[in-house]
Design a protein around this ligand. Structure first.
Ligand code: PSV
Ligand code: MN
Ligand code: MN
Length: 385
């Protein structure tokens, strides 16, 4: 029990700056009162999540959504708020030039533009002290014959290798895959196998990111976790929930059992704390729910799944597995999953000097009222505004 608490106390869940801005779908972005007007205010909101959970100490930025003049000043502001800047996410999908792709585009001029953006992101990492560059490419085609799938792989490899060469000693390139959308015929990095192959070609500082919303329905994500962990190529997660496609709902809301199964694979390999080198990030959009409480809830959902995974009786599991006791092994796992860990987490929070109930404590803090009255004209998170 004590060691589960120690691991939980050391866990860091990175929040995305864009979760705090207005978001929606291509049908409508609903503006909420009090949302941040700039990246500084996004960091202030993210700091509230950390203040009440004690486990959300870093914040991912998305460039250019979080473009500022002085990134060192932004990092200093984060520190003043009690958080730090984490992963830098690139954006090669919102410029008109990228209609037919970015790093895989047939025109070398467009590829140069995309590459320069990625290199600029590494400059930003240098200024913020960030260790991870997260790359997700919207590249792909909509129609058979539109472009050469194989040539696009070559172009991708060439750009990745240039960016990899620019990384500092302690910096990593995290490559995210996604099955489809916005491209509907083929995507250039559609799955973990493609991402893994490119990372292997690049070198040890290139690792794969699993966004839980980026798979075909029914995909066994925990298998991917186990495989990449074994290969030393699991760089991090973009956690969220989905019912249909890339829904970006609160993690653990659609399928808490899947989240538990993923964390079980990680717990088995002692890969939850910061020394694991795995970046545990959220990638979510809160279209209809209030944003800060939604992120607090998400962090708590990850903590609950983690606690359950840490409670798995590994000796009993191994004994059942070795003796071929199918039902016994499954029962060990289900016992842990069915344990109510909320009291354990409340106790841990009290030991950390936090309120045992982060949702209630945030609601009582008055922060939501403050931002509603003090901020007018909040920013869209980045898409569809
Ligand atoms: C793409 O769907 C993605 O998951 C990538 O991580 C982007 O950077 C992010 O969404 C933006 O939310
Ligand atoms: Mn993502
Ligand atoms: Mn996504």
């Amino acid at each position: 029990m004590e060691s589960a608490k120690q691991v939980l106390a050391s866990q860091n869940i990175e929040t995305p700056s864009w979760a705090f801005g207005n978001s929606g779908t291509r049908f409508k972005v609903f503006a909420q009162q009090g949302v941040p007007r700039d990246p500084f205010e996004k960091l202030a909101d993210a700091a509230q999540v950390h203040r009440f959970t004690g486990t959300a100490g870093s914040v991912a930025l998305h460039i250019p959504w979080d473009k500022v003049e002085d990134y060192a000043a932004l990092a200093a502001h984060a520190a003043e708020q009690g958080v730090r800047i984490g992963t830098i996410n690139s954006n090669t999908f919102q410029d008109d030039d990228f209609m037919l792709g970015s790093v895989c585009h047939p025109d070398p001029g467009v590829r140069r533009k995309a590459t320069d953006h990625l290199l600029e992101c590494v400059d930003i990492m240098d200024a913020t002290g960030s260790a991870d560059l997260k790359l997700w490419f919207a590249d792909g085609t909509n129609y058979p014959g539109q472009d050469s799938i194989a040539d696009r792989q070559d172009r991708l490899a060439e750009v990745l290798s240039e960016v990899y060469g620019r990384l500092g000693e302690d910096q990593r390139l995290l490559l995210e895959y996604k099955l489809f959308e916005p491209s509907f015929y083929h995507t250039d990095v559609p799955d973990w196998g493609t991402a893994y192959a490119h990372c292997t070609e690049l070198g040890p500082k290139a690792q794969v990111v699993i966004d839980t919303g980026h798979h075909a329905p029914g995909t066994n994500i925990e298998f991917i976790v186990a495989f990449l962990l074994r290969q030393g190529r699991l760089g991090g997660f973009d956690f969220n929930s989905r019912f249909y496609a890339d829904d970006d709902l609160m993690v653990g809301s659609a399928d808490p059992f899947q989240l538990f199964r993923i964390l079980h694979e990680l717990a088995l390999r002692e890969a939850i704390g910061p020394s694991s080198g795995i970046a545990y990030m959220l990638d979510q959009c809160h279209n209809i729910e209030p944003k800060i409480p939604a992120v607090i809830r998400s962090v708590m959902n990850v903590q609950e799944a983690t606690a359950k995974a840490l409670l798995v009786d590994r000796a009993a599991l191994e004994a059942a597995q070795t003796s071929g006791d199918v039902l016994g092994a499954n029962a060990v796992l289900m016992d842990a999953y069915n344990t109510d860990v909320r009291a354990l987490l409340s106790d841990l929070r009290v030991e950390q000097g936090l309120d045992p109930d982060p949702m209630a404590a945030y609601a009582a803090s008055g922060y939501a009222d403050d931002i509603k009255s003090n901020r007018q004209g909040g920013q869209a998170a980045g898409w569809g505004a």
